[in-house]
Design a protein around this ligand. Sequence first.
Ligand SMILES: [Zn+2]
Length: 215
Amino acid sequence: MPPRVTLSFDNGPDPEITPKVLDILARRKILTSFFVVGDKLRDPERHAIVERAFREGHWIGNHTFNHLAPLGVTLDRDAPALEIGRTQTLIGGMSHPDRLFRPFGSGGILDEALLSPSAVDLLCRDGYSCVLWNVVPRDWENPKGWVSQALEQVAAEEWPLVVLHDLPTTAMDQLELFLDGLDAAGATIVQDFPKDCVPIVNGKIVADISAYMPS
Ligand SMILES: [Zn+2]
């Protein structure tokens, strides 16, 4: 088991699930990141939940506005401004200073559909950091049984950055079981991201991202 593990929660906020996740994290004194969907932030109740996460020390990142089509697939030329810029405006003062952005990867897959040249231009111009991942236990697909897969994937990475989803799939009913498993294995949960997972830092491209764009 690697010594450190980073956790992140995508696709929220959800009015039922996100508060439960926050309760668990607070009780166990764990800090994480929440990559939120802009369209959901327009609802004041959901916005208040993200405010709570921010107040409690979690990092708030941008996970597109619509979460419908990967940026490398959409033909809409305004997609970067709509998906990234509009969500960032809604996050406002809750944003992490590094302006964290996580692209929507269909099925959790890191491939050439992930980004587009125009999206990368916007990320660089506006000083974003692009936060990817290396562990996707597909909790949405297997809400009852994802924990064993997650622990297996975590054990295989030097510094795992795990993507979970605070969505109403019942998967988060197993969150404590996962955290117990990490505890039992002696892993420490840290909030920082492994460098390998952040190919754009404050608007600077620091790794080869050609695999994440249409050729
Ligand atoms: Zn997502």
